[in-house]
Design a protein around this ligand. Structure first.
Ligand SMILES: C[S@@+](CC[C@H](N)C(=O)[O-])C[C@H]1O[C@@H](n2cnc3c(N)ncnc32)[C@H](O)[C@@H]1O
Length: 214
């Protein structure tokens, strides 16, 4: 499906199939006002993340790639009572905006924004934190394989890894034109063959991979 059609379909969902939400609207407005790039998940994707996290009964959620915490808020709203979400972000300004948006959304008590290289932060968590029920990967594409491996190690059996942008505007279906495309093609092939998980790649927005740890 051409990218323009994806974006039209997302707009259709957003305008017709999602309730209006002042907190989410304010979060996106703050991101624009603070010059964050317009690369947050779309509202339908946010709703999907929320539903999937609820379906897992998630009490512990890990997110890689915070930006202004738009997806974080969708996920934090799905946490079971007493639940906790850790989100990882390399950019200090993004993290500051995220903390402000989380405070406005009333989520500061259950969300922790950790600042640094996600690979380093994930390494530091190995063997130290309790297992997660749900992991969302949405950061630099070249590191997706590293994030997938480190996230799987931190996930409980039966937990879900969700990976964004796995169709990369359809580029994964063509001969690779960039390092990011190659990284995503390699990851898709690997997850497809990975007997540690059951997976499906949803042709939704820019491609969303679901991998449930066996
Ligand atoms: C696509 S955006 C995340 C969007 C966010 N999940 C949402 O939907 O609202 C990717 C984020 O990952 C961050 N990022 C990029 N490389 C990173 C790295 N090596 N470690 C941690 N964060 C990184 C970027 O600064 C950016 O804020």
């Amino acid at each position: 499906m051409p990218e323009q059609v994806w974006s039209e379909v997302d707009d259709y969902f957003t305008e017709n199939l999602l309730p209006t939400d002042d907190v989410m609207r304010a979060t996106l407005e703050t991101n624009v006002a603070e010059n964050l790039p317009p690369i947050a998940v779309t509202p339908p994707q946010g709703k999907l993340l929320n539903l999937l996290a609820r379906a897992c009964g998630a009490k512990r959620i890990l997110e890689i790639g915070t930006l202004g915490a738009y997806s974080t808020i969708w996920l934090a709203r799905a946490l079971k009572p007493g639940g906790h979400l850790i989100t990882l972000e390399i950019d200090l300004h993004h993290a500051e905006v995220a903390r402000r948006n989380l405070a406005h959304a009333g989520m500061s008590d259950r969300v922790e924004v950790r600042v640094g290289r996600a690979a380093d932060l994930l390494d530091a968590m190995q063997g130290v934190v309790e297992p997660f029920d749900f992991v969302f990967i949405d950061a630099d594409k070249a590191s997706y394989d590293t994030y997938y491996e480190l996230a799987l190690a931190l996930l409980r059996p039966g937990g879900l890894v969700v990976i964004d942008n796995t169709l990369w505007g359809g580029a994964v279906a063509r001969p690779a034109d960039s390092a990011d495309t190659r990284a995503l093609q390699a990851l898709n092939a690997k997850v497809h063959r990975d007997n540690r998980v059951d997976m499906v790649l949803l042709p939704f927005s820019d491609g969303v991979t679901l991998a449930r740890k066996r």
